[in-house]
Every structure is written in C-alpha cells, then in structure tokens.
Ligand binder design. Structure first.
Ligand code: UD2
Ligand code: MN
Length: 585
C-alpha cells in the first residue's frame, strides 16, 4: 500500500508537514493504547452512578434574549508567533499551570481570545458543491468536563460565525459536572449573557460527572432538533461545515456522517489541515486512521466524495434524532471515556445504518496527549470489553489475544440490555461486518501484521551531552537494567555506560544500548517505552543542537545538575546538546 505524499488542496503537501499530520493522528492512537495499557491492571474503582438523575441547570433562564445577534463580520486574524512570546518568568509559570490544568497551551488560547480566522481547509472542489435549499435543522451538543473557558467560547463563536443561523436549532453546552476549580460554566455564561442569543444557546448540567458517553445521551434527551450534531468541547468549525452533513442525512436518515477532523496543535494552536482518511480499528479495539493509497486521489473527485468508514473517531458526528434512538443511542453501561465510538460504529453497520466521512465538512479539534480526567479508572478496558462481548461473536477471541488480562475481568457490568437490543434490531453478524465493511481485518487479509516488528537499522551511536556541561542523557536502571517506563536523567558522562549510549535508528528513534526494544518517548513526560515503529512521540529530529519531537511539538531539555530529570519543553527555551562519539577502548 502506498501511504506516501497525499495531494492536497491542489498542492503537493510537503513530506514533513504531511508526516506531522499523520504523526499527530497516530499520537492519538498510541495515546489511547497507552492509556489503557497503563490503566488496565489497576482495580477499577467503579463509579456509583445514578442513571436518570440529571437536572437541567436553572441558570439558563437568566440570559437575555437577542434573536438578532448571529455571526460577526470582522473575525480577526491572529498572529500566533507574536502571541506565543513569553515576556518573563511569570508568563512561563502561567503557561506551565495552564498545561497542568488542561493539557494544552491554555495561556495561548486565552491570548487568542474569543474569535479568530482559520484557514479554509476544504478542497477547492467543495466550494462548487451545492446542497438542498431546505435542510433539517440541528441541535449541536457539546459535552465538556474541565474545559478551558476561552476554548469553549471560541468554539461557539466559530459555530455562530460559520453556520447558517436557520440550520441551528440550538447549541447545548452540557457541563458534565466539572471539578469546581476547572468549571468553565460561570465564565462562559457571563460571556453568553452579553454576546450570544439566549434563544439558541442553552446551558445544561449533569448532576454527577457521568463520563462523556452518558453526558452525550443526557444532551440528546434534552435537545429538540431533527438532527443531533455532537462535538467535543475544544473544536473550531470551518467554513460551511454543517450543510454537507445535513444534506447527506436529508437524503438518507440512516446515514451517520462525520466531518474530517483537522488538527489544532495543542501547543501552538496552529490549525493544520488533515488528509482525507477514514476510520478503522485493530483487534485491541483501538481506533485507527486508514489513509487511502495515493492512487485513490488520481481522480480529484475522491477528495470531496463521501467515504464509507468502518468506524468513527467518536467526537464529531451528525445523526438523525429518530435514528439515534432507533438504534439504541449509546451503551448506557459505559463509563468516563473510550470505545463507545467503536461500539456505535459496529452497531450502526450491523443494524442497518451507514457511516460516512464527508470531506467537504471540516472541523478542527485539539488532540491532547493526556486527558485532564479519568486517571485510575480503566474505563477504556471495561468499555472495549463490553463492545467485544456484545458485538464481536467468535472474533472476541482476537480481542482477548490482544488484551489477555481482560479475560479475567468480570466487573464489566450488565450487558444483557445491549444483547437484547442486538436481537431486537436483528443485527447482522460480525463476520458480515468484516466481509462487507472492513475486509482488511479478515483472517489472511491483513496487510499490517498484528504484531509490529520492532527492529530497524541503526544509523549511528553516541553519547548525548548537555552543551557546555559534562552531563549526559542517562536511562534509569532498575537492578542494572532499563525497564519499560524508565525515566531519563542527567548523569556525568562516562564512555561505555550502556544506559548512556544511544542508538539513532532509521526510524529516527533513540534507543539505549542493551535495551534495544525501548525508545525515547515524549508521550508521558520523557520516558522509555516499547518501540512501536509508528513515529509520533518516538521520532526525534535533530536541528541546531536540539532534539525536536513533532508529535509533542517540544524539544529535549535538561539542566546542569547531577541526577536531574530530563524532560521536554518548548524548543524556544530548550538547551542544545552535543553528540559525543563512542570511543572504543
Ligand atoms: C476521542 C473523541 C471523543 C470520544 C473518545 C472516546 C474525537 C475528536 N474525540 O477522544 O469524543 O469519542 O475518543 O471515548 O473524536 N467529557 C465529558 N465528561 C467526562 C469526560 C470528558 O463530558 O467525564 C468530554 C470532554 O470534555 C470532551 C469530550 O467529552 O469534550 C471528549 O473527550 P476527550 O476530548 O478527552 O476525548 P478525545 O478527543 O481524546
Ligand atoms: Mn477531544
């Protein structure tokens, strides 16, 4: 298969920019994988949930009504480079605090303010597309937990500025009972009172933190639009994003449609155009992106044509309200985060629906490396297990092979309701789904082996010394060995120390001597994780003495202090490194 350059917007995307895109997406995949890998073995602290105990926030009545206000003709252009300038230690401290709270550059988001221009990322051909004059109107449901107010405000403004008013029945802001110190609701409500039409914007709140799956159902239940449009709470919608989605549902109400998810860089807030791709999954039930081969775009119409997709990423999609209820909305027994997107995708296809990506609809989304919630609860494991048991028939063995520890897990809750839903809807078999929707996963068909090979050519070997010091990058050892998850410290350089000898591979990884399957990884701080050969947080580019990791947008950093921790930070402030050759005695 050809995963090379993707021709985009008429121009050939340059390879680096292109691989960055791919990396950010892979980053997400790996993140999910890690999240569950990391959380799996822990005892799941089952949350006590009262399913129907939601309340509508009475605050909603307070807002002034101003039907007239919609859209803004002077959306400002912002200069991200200027806004990113740190003018002193206070700024840096504030920025660090923002990262801690939200896992993205909150300081920069605040500086960008309530609205900004973003590049129109659609293919040119999209501008020539026409849609029906009369389209169904939509309730836009945005669930959030611990979201930054400026991100939420800018998101709603992007909808107001780039969506025909008559297509929006309402925008629902569902606060899933955020933590008190991260509750965006009061600030957003203040802004709303002054700037948004109260007839269209509604504030709701779940009584308990329900997790995003039940929060979405709560939003749906409290909405009235003919179509439901779900969006994550850190998006900016692009030009004319909604009509292409609604038109498709108008044609066929059993079609569930997703925009292409563009990338808002979590450090720089740069809006990056994503290549046209569809959703898939692997046997661990991790969502993955599938990139069509380059030849697919020889016919330019394929840049704009709706594409069948085996799965959806989960956050951004539109669905006819009645159809949403017909197919049984979500699995109510799923907690916090994860796998509900794969579950609803299986269900859609197997029970008479269709899932499509609509390339002329584009919405930017901030992909975070970590989520500011849910630590200590293995919701991904539990939710995937429920998905496998309800939908995968004999193929659940494949899932267990990838997630063996879940064989033992018994506290996944009651799945009988989902099983009878499957019977009631007379859904097709998983075999049918594989054969007709995702044949690449049929046994014998898989072009990508389940277990990735972890060997790659070593290009060079060196010590990595902090410039102007005698300290070197050193892998943490446990009884003399570097183990998975090891941190990296600065220690006095000494030739011959395996944990200080780094091999630079063809894949641009850094692997310490003696632990050849471990790679320097920027996903969780700076650690050594199993090499996954998928680039992303394990790819290090060297330039003017710095080590840059594109997936995190940061550089390798360390201090001139023995036993201090090496980390990643913004390249503008990161120090330089020297590669000392290995001297063989
Ligand atoms: C992706 C999806 C997300 C969801 C998830 C799997 C996209 C762009 N995002 O992960 O929608 O399908 O995969 O479960 O496809 N939230 C709550 N209550 C909570 C926790 C989170 O309302 O208890 C909100 C959160 O504020 C956000 C949304 O749910 O708006 C999705 O969460 P996320 O952004 O952490 O998920 P993401 O994008 O990593
Ligand atoms: Mn998200």
């Amino acid at each position: 298969e050809d995963f090379g350059k993707v021709k985009f917007n008429g121009a050939e995307a340059d390879q680096d920019a292109d691989s960055n895109r791919v990396d950010s997406r892979l980053a997400k995949v790996v993140d999910e994988d890690r999240a569950s890998e990391h959380l799996e073995p822990q005892v799941s602290a089952e949350k006590i949930v009262s399913n129907q105990s939601f309340v509508v926030n009475p605050m909603v009545q307070k807002l002034v009504d101003d039907e007239e206000r919609w859209g803004y003709d002077k959306v400002p252009e912002v200069n991200l480079t200027e806004l990113s300038v740190m003018s002193g230690p206070e700024d840096i401290v504030e920025q660090q605090l923002g990262y801690k709270k939200y896992e993205f550059n909150a300081l920069l988001s605040d500086r960008i303010g309530p609205r900004r221009k973003i590049p129109d990322s659609r293919h040119q051909l999209c501008t020539e597309q026409t849609y029906a004059d009369v389209l169904p109107s939509a309730s836009i449901i945005i669930c959030y937990f611990n979201e930054l107010p400026s991100v939420l405000i800018r998101m709603v403004n992007s909808i107001i500025d780039r969506t025909p008013k008559e297509l929006v029945t309402e925008i629902l802001l569902v606060d899933d009972q955020s933590d008190a110190d991260k509750d965006a609701e009061p600030e957003v409500q203040n802004y709303a009172a002054e700037h948004w039409p109260s007839s269209k914007i509604r504030f709701l709140r779940t009584e308990n933190n329900e997790g995003l799956i039940r929060a979405k159902m709560f939003g749906a239940k409290n909405s009235v639009g003919e179509v439901l449009v779900f969006l994550d709470s850190h998006c900016e919608v692009n030009e004319n994003w909604l009509p292409p989605l609604l038109d498709r549902i108008r044609e066929s109400p059993s079609k569930v449609v997703c925009p292409i998810i563009d990338i808002i860089n979590s450090d720089t807030f740069q809006y990056v155009t994503s290549p046209v791709c569809t959703g898939g999954f692997n046997w661990a039930l991790t969502f993955i992106w599938d990139y069509p081969p380059r030849s697919f775009f020889n016919d330019p119409v394929n840049y704009i044509k709706p594409l069948k997709s085996a799965t959806m990423a989960g956050g951004l999609f539109a669905i006819n309200r009645n159809f949403f209820y017909e197919i049984g909305q979500y699995d109510n027994g799923m907690d916090v985060w994860g796998a509900e997107n794969v579950e609803i995708s299986f269900r859609l296809w197997m029970c008479g629906g269709e899932l499509e990506i609509i390339p002329c609809s584009r919405v930017g989304h901030i992909f975070r490396r970590r989520r500011p919630y849910g630590t200590g609860v293995d919701s991904m494991g539990k939710n995937s297990l429920r998905t496998a048991l309800v939908w995968m028939d004999e193929y659940k063995e494949k899932f267990y092979e990838q997630r063996p520890y879940l064989r033992m897990k018994k506290d996944y809750g009651d799945i009988s309701e989902m099983v009878s839903l499957r019977e009631k809807l007379q859904c097709k078999s998983f075999q049918w789904y594989l054969e007709n929707i995702y044949p690449k996963m049929l046994p014998g068909n898989s072009p990508t082996p389940d277990v990735v090979t972890q060997t790659t050519k070593v290009l060079s070997k060196f010590l990595i010394r902090l410039n102007g010091t005698t300290l070197c990058l050193t892998g943490e050892t446990t009884s003399g060995r570097i183990v998975k998850g090891a941190r990296v410290f600065l220690e006095p350089c000494r030739q011959g120390r395996r944990e200080q000898t780094w091999r630079f591979t063809e894949k641009k990884e850094l692997r310490p001597m003696g632990s050849s399957m471990l790679c320097l990884d920027s996903l969780k701080g700076l650690r050594l994780f199993k090499c996954h050969m998928q680039g992303a947080h394990q790819t290090w580019l060297t330039s003017s003495g710095k080590f840059f990791n594109a997936a995190s947008g940061k550089c390798l950093t360390g201090r001139d202090e023995i036993a201090s921790l090496a980390e990643t930070e913004f390249c503008a402030i990161s120090p330089q490194w020297v590669l000392d050759p290995i001297v063989t005695p």
